[in-house]
Design a protein around this ligand. Structure first.
Ligand code: NAD
Length: 331
């Protein structure tokens, strides 16, 4: 399936959570494709510097606001053809520490966005779902139709998103596509704070010559996914004219898994090209973390078949690019 992404020129697209890691990468690509982009964000975890380069672009508009406010959601959806809904509070540990706020934003905010998008005549809402929805299912690879029980409040919120999206098709004929992201990484992912993701956190520690702490023995594995693959899937999801592809959820991954120990080795290898001392840094090992699943590996067959997805970057290819960006921006 060959998709001409230039058909996005002049299209009106709302990106919620656009000041965050994934949202800002989506906006950058959409503006390059000459779409007209509105960003809705309350900067809870997003950063102004992530969208700073877009502010001078006449095709970009920022609405500072909270998805927990339905009126703001409606205002942001006005005249929009598509919504890429990324705004949420990420992180399993954050949701364990404060399940109420995670639920208010990730479930209440999601429902607001669905209602707003439907009422304002948006054609399709593509939303960030999560691999955490596979929960305690040990089966590998993960196939969209087979999920287990959630292991964290965060996982519940993301699963509820899928249930609401399904019901909005059945009851209001409103179209959505859910994208179950698997451990996304790449430029602009925040290395700071207690809820930082493993790759930026490790890279930052290695650059500072500190020992990264691996939770457990380092043999847990993840299907780490480079941001450009995620951007590709979002664009495929808004451009597809395959009716059978709508109102479905898809794994967004590489289809390959890497243990934490291997990940650290790759990061050390790539960072050593800039600073040879990094090669000798050893990891420290801490206890396993509550809510973490042991292994994660996605089947990407459904996305390949129905949306024509073809991951452009392998894990190692993506890590090399991400490391280069962090070296330029963090050191
Ligand atoms: P991020 O924290 O960098 O981005 C989230 C954005 O949402 C931030 O800019 C934040 O300010 C905004 N936001 C939060 N609460 C808001 C609110 N109440 N109103 C308006 N804006 C609000 O995280 P990310 O990694 O870019 O994640 C984007 C989406 O992808 C999230 O829905 C997340 O759950 C999902 N996801 C991410 C991953 C991953 O590996 N990064 C994996 C699975 C799912």
């Amino acid at each position: 399936m060959i998709v001409d992404f230039n058909i996005l020129e002049g299209k009106k697209i709302l990106v919620t959570g656009g000041a965050g890691f994934i949202g800002s990468n989506l906006i950058e690509k959409l503006l390059n494709l000459k779409a007209e982009v509105v960003c809705l964000d309350n900067f809870a975890t997003g950063k102004r510097e992530n969208i700073e380069p877009f502010l001078a672009n006449p095709n970009f508009k920022l609405i500072e606001g909270d998805i927990r406010n339905i009126e703001i959601c409606k205002k942001a959806c006005e005249d929009q053809e598509f919504v890429l809904h990324q705004a949420a509070l990420g992180s399993v540990p954050r949701s364990i520490n404060d399940p109420i706020t995670s639920n208010e934003v990730n479930v209440g905010g999601f429902l607001n966005m669905l209602v707003a998008a439907k009422d304002m005549g948006v054609k399709r809402m593509v939303y960030a779902a999560s691999s955490s929805t596979y929960g305690d299912s040990a089966a590998l690879p993960k196939i969209e139709a087979n999920i287990g029980k959630p292991l964290s409040p965060y996982a519940i919120t993301k699963y509820v998103n899928e249930l609401y999206a399904d019901v909005f098709k059945k009851t209001y004929d409103f179209n959505t596509i859910g994208l179950r992201y698997f451990n996304v990484f790449g430029k602009r992912q925040d290395p700071n704070g207690p809820y930082a993701a493993v790759i930026p956190k490790f890279v930052q520690m290695l650059i500072k010559h500190q020992s990264p702490v691996i939770n457990g023995g380092g043999e847990y594995s993840r299907d780490f996914t480079y941001i450009d693959n995620v951007v590709q899937m979002n664009i495929l999801a808004i451009t597809t004219d395959n009716e059978a592809a709508l109102n479905e959820v898809y794994n967004v991954a590489c289809g390959d898994r890497t243990t934490l120990n291997d990940l650290l080795d790759y990061l050390k290898e790539y960072l050593s090209e800039y600073d040879g001392n990094i090669r000798n840094i050893q990891a420290e090992y801490g206890p396993y973390r509550k809510g973490d699943v042991a292994h994660s590996l996605a089947s990407i067959e459904k996305a390949e078949k129905l949306l024509g997805y073809k991951p452009e970057y392998t894990v190692k290819g993506g890590l090399e690019k991400a490391v280069n960006w962090y070296w330029e921006n963090l050191k």
